[in-house]
Design a protein around this ligand. Structure first.
Ligand code: COA
Length: 247
């Protein structure tokens, strides 16, 4: 389904100190796979799963959470059901004891039928993926969410490239917000990112300051033709390795 090479976590995974691992997770696997992934979920995750109104959204949540547990367990050398989560003030999940002090950080994002999960040691990471749906009104949406300079750049880009540039901007902003754990509590116009097609992903200013933006590391992801993604981490140089999760 994706262009990332398939890989099974097998009996364990190793994450090097300068590496970021990104896994693409197709959210519509065969029913028996949905069932086996679902067996790893905790009682509170099942409670949340049951609250989804539509089966499709329940299935996507169960597969995403089950796959996240499978991958975390492979990095930690434990069983998926033994992984526990704690949550930041705005809902960002972290590893709970006894694995909280292992330094393994992660973040998950999903859109339509694909999730991306990112893993790194020692730094908080933010991940976002978006399905490239048609966006005829992207300039109007940008009025609400993008900074003035991002809107100015978007206006100069002709259709259809404009829609992809919109999602470049969206995923980079969201990846940063998820790295710092703020979600939409942070003002979306307090920082500017690049968005033009082919331009390297980076943050241009943070609170009007280019010096504060410069250390932020961004990586652009194209897991499949119809999906665009981004990861964000503060500081460091990284080798990003990508796979599609297979059983
Ligand atoms: C909650 C939020 C962090 C991400 O929401 P989202 O884009 O709808 O969803 P994503 O699929 O990318 O991420 C959801 C996952 O991120 C994680 N997450 C939840 N809260 C988080 C937070 N505060 N910080 C980081 N990660 C978070 C969880 O793993 C969650 O998965 P789950 O729902 O299966 O538990 C928040 O930024 C939000 O509500 N965004 C809305 C989108 C928007 O308007 N963005 C403007 C960008 S220009």
């Amino acid at each position: 389904m994706t262009g990332f090479p398939p890989r099974s976590p097998g009996s364990g995974l190793e994450l090097g100190s300068g590496e970021i691992h990104v896994w693409a997770i197709p959210l519509d696997p065969p029913p028996e796979r949905v069932e086996s992934l679902g067996r790893a979920l905790s009682a509170d995750e099942w409670e949340r799963a049951r609250r989804f109104r539509f089966d499709k959204h329940r299935r996507q949540y169960v597969v995403g959470r089950g796959a996240l547990r499978t991958l975390l367990a492979a990095y930690l050398g434990t069983r998926p059901e033994a992984v526990g989560f704690s949550y930041g003030p705005r809902g960002k999940p972290f590893l709970a004891p006894p694995f909280a002090d292992r330094g393994l950080q992660f973040n998950l994002s999903n859109s339509d039928e694909l999730a991306l999960a990112g893993f790194v040691h020692g730094r908080e990471i933010g991940v976002d993926v978006e399905f490239l749906r048609p966006m005829n009104d992207c300039e109007e949406i940008a009025e609400r969410f993008f900074s003035e300079s991002e809107r100015r750049v978007l206006r100069t880009i002709p259709f259809p490239a404009k829609q992809e540039a919109f999602f470049n901007c969206w995923t980079r902003k969201e990846a940063y917000l998820k790295a710092v754990g703020e979600g939409l509590a942070a003002p979306l116009d307090s920082f500017d990112v690049t968005l033009a097609l082919g331009e390297p992903p980076r943050m241009l200013t943070l609170n009007g300051d280019a010096g504060r933006a410069a250390p932020w590391f961004f990586h652009h992801l194209r897991p499949a033709e119809e999906y665009v993604g981004a990861i964000a981490i503060e500081g460091g140089t990284w080798e990003v390795r990508t796979w599609e999760l297979i059983p």
